[in-house]
Design a protein around this ligand. Structure first.
Ligand code: NAD
Length: 333
């Protein structure tokens, strides 16, 4: 099997715990990977004065594939989100977040299979904010044709390639008529290139309600940065929580794979974090590297451990720790 070298960022909170678990499983599955591992985030900053070491950037620029665990972002003050910075710096414009029910994880919702495409580089996350005076702050929402077209094309392209029936554009063009209106107009323009796929649009507040009433009505969703951020946490709730939602961040030249969840400071260091979302993100990375068979093997092992239900982490109703869950997956492999 071809050896690939990937860059790994161990972040904050539960980041190091889930990274160790995932790398162990990848090795046990014979993924054929070499790792260049870097500590990033708060601990790195305190010791070396940089949130991401220069060698970490250089490694990613060389390998072009990054497996990144969550990084803490201070609220209100302090440094800007490293996640947002990485997505912008490497133009990782297409954030794909697949939320699929797993029959072994019981939730009030069944047969959920929603693939969300979130625009990753603009909107209110462009970080164009000004403090006009002490009592007034402005934040500018940026929507461009270029960025809208490419994320919408990514969603339709995925739908077409994977035999999906419908793409729903989620927006708030009834209020933000110019910016969201532009996104919606471009959606219908691009949809003409994909006549086999049904195109529809819905307003974001309505979608929030419909997702918890009839999630099975949704297939592929394409949306702007902020709505995608919020709605994809919601879709994780439909399938059993943030511990189960992976993601890829793709650009033309670089690819970054991470769990949707954050650094979970409330459970950090307790050894009970669920590494599944990060592991499934690693499976998306394996597919990107052409290692489909290994990805299938790992997914099967996870499914079996979830089905047996004897070594689940507390977020899934179990009493096992990250270590026991990881060992059980390796045993299945
Ligand atoms: P969070 O996603 O870290 O946690 C939300 C809740 O989900 C917590 O109760 C947590 O314990 C639980 N949870 C999350 N991941 C879990 C897992 N793998 N296993 C079990 N339970 C899990 O969200 P938050 O608390 O709002 O954010 C914490 C920090 O993470 C913030 O600084 C935020 O900016 C950052 N963050 C980073 C990323 C990223 O690196 N991509 C994404 C989201 C948030």
């Amino acid at each position: 099997m071809e050896k690939n070298t990937i860059t790994v960022f161990k972040g904050d909170g539960i980041g190091p715990e889930i990274t160790d678990a995932v790398l162990k499983i990848l090795d046990a599955a014979g993924a054929g990977l070499e790792y260049e591992i870097f500590r990033v985030g708060a601990a790195e900053y305190e010791e070396n004065g940089a949130l991401i070491p220069e060698a970490g950037f250089a490694s990613f620029e060389k390998n072009r594939v990054l497996l990144k665990s969550p990084i803490t972002t201070p609220l209100g003050t302090g440094f800007r989100s490293l996640n947002v910075m990485l997505r912008k710096k490497y133009d990782l414009y297409a954030n794909m977040r697949p939320a699929r029910s797993n029959s072994a994880v019981k939730t009030p919702f069944e047969n959920v299979d929603i693939v969300m495409f979130r625009e990753n580089t603009e909107d209110l996350y462009a970080g164009v904010e000004t403090q006009v005076d002490q009592d007034t702050a402005h934040s500018i929402k940026i929507i461009t044709r270029k960025c809208s077209e490419r994320i919408i094309r990514a969603a339709f392209g995925y739908a077409q390639k994977n035999g999906r029936k419908k793409v729903t554009c989620v927006h708030k063009a009834n209020i933000m008529k110019i910016s969201d209106g532009l996104f919606r107009d471009i959606f219908y323009e691009v949809s003409k290139e994909y006549p086999q796929v049904q195109a529809e649009d819905k307003i974001v507040d309505n979608v929030a309600m419909q997702l918890v009433m009839q999630p099975q009505k949704f297939d592929v969703i394409v949306t702007e940065n902020l709505y995608g951020d919020i709605l994809s946490d919601l879709t994780s709730g439909l399938i059993g929580g943030l511990g189960l939602l992976p993601s890829s961040n793709m650009g033309e030249d670089f690819a970054m794979f991470e769990a949707v969840h954050g650094s979970a400071p409330d459970i950090a260091g307790k050894g009970i974090a669920n590494p599944t979302a990060f592991l499934w993100s690693a499976c998306m990375m394996l597919e990107h590297l052409g290692k489909q068979e290994t990805a299938v093997k790992i997914r099967r092992a996870v499914d079996e451990v979830l089905r047996q239900g004897t070594a689940l982490t507390p977020d899934l109703g179990g009493t096992a720790g990250t270590k026991e869950y990881t060992e059980e997956i390796i045993r299945q492999l």
